[in-house]
Design a protein around this ligand. Structure first.
Ligand code: HEC
Ligand code: HEC
Ligand code: HEC
Ligand code: HEC
Length: 466
């Protein structure tokens, strides 16, 4: 289904800015859009002279928008992606000399305690991979300043951002940039995030242009080349391009690029909503002057041809063990008007339907999670049990065994009133005539069920005719 497209183009022409690579990729509704534009920047170097024998080419590996995706869920076959493959590719297949960077949003969009916990594991994996820099994207700045500080205190992960500030002190929360040396060439990598992003407690965002300008002199002094890792809007990128010709490349994520900045110099715009499905592999080389000579690249799909990295598998196993202790799914349980009663209660009066339901995969849906030791993962439980996230719904298998599957009330709604009413004939379950298709599609999404067709699927689980 998903084909591996790797597009490599190269040119040694030194003339005007022009496209080197235009690459449009659609896979099952997810658009992967990358535009590589030529980089014709003249860097004003003050002190550093360019090494006489720079590397012939540098390999830059870019990830973005992992959004808390650890590995394929296994709900359907042929899924691509996952951190075990990402780690394997970056550790075993990378070509030297290289840089490995993440443009942001490795954290999920929802800044819950559970997702923060998961992010911590992602960062541990990234640290093992040896990332050179990770930008704080919109999703990371939705965390609190103390959560980010907690992470940087615990591990030496190179988080960067020049415009994320601690609210009380107006000081930077992480370092603004890093300088990496590849075979004698010093590359400054600075991080920027869209100042309109929603921030968590204790965080304020400064203007990216001002922040960039502030660190520009010292970067020029100490590096040969400046790269920006960003989660900015197209307009903000255009502004940077126009005002800072010293920028060698901008590696951006967060907004699907639908149009180009006016000034096309010095830019790589890439937008990856990849959820760890792809790695962007970019190559670049230098003019003797130190300017970028050419840039090219493409996407590497993390498909089954790439093995799982054993160290990462080990870490993810530990993550699942720890999840079992944390029981995040018991946090912030919501209320529902009616109570869930459980499928066995329904069996008292709807014995035939119950018996037939027992034969369906819905009655064994927690087993599938158990097989992968994912039965404490809220992300999976959401679709694999009854009354997830609701007080009086699923509260763990021990406490609520009668909700540890996709029971009657997943489709019919919590039904205590119907069940206990003296005359059930008068009081129907909240979803007595469900809009069946709509209910199914809440879980049978393209991501989790490739070939959903209501008629065929309903036929497989239909209640017996009376
Ligand atoms: C959005 C809802 C949803 C989420 C979230 C979800 N699943 Fe599923 N899962 C499904 C659906 C729907 C199916 C049935 C797919 C089909 O029959 O084609 C399924 C099927 C499965 C199966 C295959 C069962 C079999 O034997 O065929 C496994 C294993 C599984 N899921 C594991 C997981 C894990 C692990 C997670 C979390 C990482 C997860 N699921 C998250 C909806 C979901
Ligand atoms: C005390 C007996 C009893 C229990 C327990 C019970 N029901 Fe019913 N239910 C009935 C009767 C009686 C009817 C009306 C006759 C029929 O359609 O079978 C009915 C009808 C329904 C209908 C059809 C409504 C309609 O508009 O046609 C649904 C759906 C339903 N029940 C779901 C459930 C679910 C889900 C549960 C468990 C949470 C449940 N029932 C538990 C007795 C019961
Ligand atoms: C709460 C989420 C959820 C809803 C709602 C849901 N399903 Fe499922 N369904 C699943 C999961 C999860 C599985 C996989 C169960 C397993 O084996 O672990 C599944 C499995 C199935 C299967 C068996 C797998 C197969 O490929 O044959 C069929 C058929 C099915 N669902 C049909 C439906 C239909 C029809 C509806 C709507 C009337 C529906 N489902 C609503 C989550 C859901
Ligand atoms: C995956 C979703 C799903 C699950 C799980 C489910 N139902 Fe239904 N149920 C439906 C749909 C959809 C209809 C409407 C059927 C139709 O249009 O033919 C329905 C209809 C009914 C009806 C009324 C029509 C009839 O056939 O009598 C009853 C009663 C009922 N369900 C009871 C139950 C009970 C009891 C269970 C659990 C043992 C259950 N359902 C599990 C989706 C579900």
């Amino acid at each position: 289904m998903v084909k591996g497209h790797i597009l490599i183009m190269s040119t040694k022409k030194k003339i005007f800015p022009k496209f080197f690579c235009f690459f449009l990729f659609f896979s099952l509704g997810i658009g992967l859009f990358c535009l590589l534009l030529s980089c014709k920047s003249h860097i004003v170097r003050e002190k550093l002279s360019f090494p006489p024998n720079p590397p012939k080419a540098v390999h830059l590996y870019l990830t973005a928008d992992v959004e808390g995706s650890l590995e394929p869920c296994g709900c359907k076959s042929g899924q691509i992606g996952g951190l075990p493959r990402q780690a394997q590719y970056l550790l075993k297949s990378r070509q030297s000399p290289y840089l490995v960077v993440d443009a942001g949003n490795s954290m999920s969009v929802t800044p819950t305690r559970y997702e923060f916990f998961k992010w911590y594991y992602i960062l541990q994996i990234y640290e093992k991979i040896g990332y050179d820099a990770l930008n704080l994207g919109q999703n990371e700045v939705a965390l609190s300043s103390s959560q980010i500080a907690q992470v940087t205190e615990k591990m030496p992960i190179p988080l960067i951002s020049a415009n994320v500030l601690e609210k009380d002190t107006s000081e930077l929360l992480v370092r603004p940039y890093v300088i990496k040396e590849v075979d004698g060439v010093k590359i400054a990598i600075i991080g920027l995030v869209n100042p309109k992003a929603k921030t968590g407690e204790g965080i304020v965002l400064a203007d990216p242009g001002t922040a960039f300008a502030k660190y520009l002199p010292e970067m020029l002094e100490n590096s040969h080349l400046i790269f920006v890792l960003s989660a900015l809007s197209i307009e903000q990128i255009a502004f940077l391009c126009k005002n800072f010709p010293q920028i060698g490349m901008i590696l951006n994520t967060g907004e699907t690029g639908t149009h180009l900045p006016e000034n096309k110099e010095s830019v790589v715009v890439s937008s990856l909503t990849a959820k760890s499905r792809y790695i962007q592999q970019i190559r670049f080389a230098f003019e003797p002057s130190g300017d970028l000579a050419w840039v090219n690249g493409g996407n590497v799909p993390l498909d089954e041809s790439i093995q799982d990295h054993s160290g990462t598998v080990y870490l993810l196993n530990r993550y699942r063990e720890e999840l079992g202790k944390e029981r995040f799914y018991l946090e912030q349980l919501g209320n529902s008007k009616e109570k869930y009663v459980g499928a066995s209660r329904c069996s008292m009066c709807h014995a035939e339907i119950y018996r037939s339901w027992k034969q369906t995969a819905h009655s064994r849906s927690l087993d599938s999670l158990k097989k992968k030791n994912n039965h404490h993962d809220p992300h999976c439980l959401k679709c694999h049990v009854t009354g997830f996230g609701i007080k009086n719904g699923y509260e763990g298998e021990e406490k609520t065994p009668d909700f540890a599957f996709i029971g009657c009330e997943v489709c019919h709604g919590p039904s205590s009133l119907h069940t206990f009413h003296n005359n059930p004939d008068q009081l129907r379950p909240s979803t007595s005539h469900p809009n069946p298709k709509k209910i199914c599609l809440e879980c049978h999404t393209w991501e989790h069920c490739g070939n959903f067709d209501f008629d065929t699927f309903w036929a497989r689980i239909a209640h017996p005719k009376k």
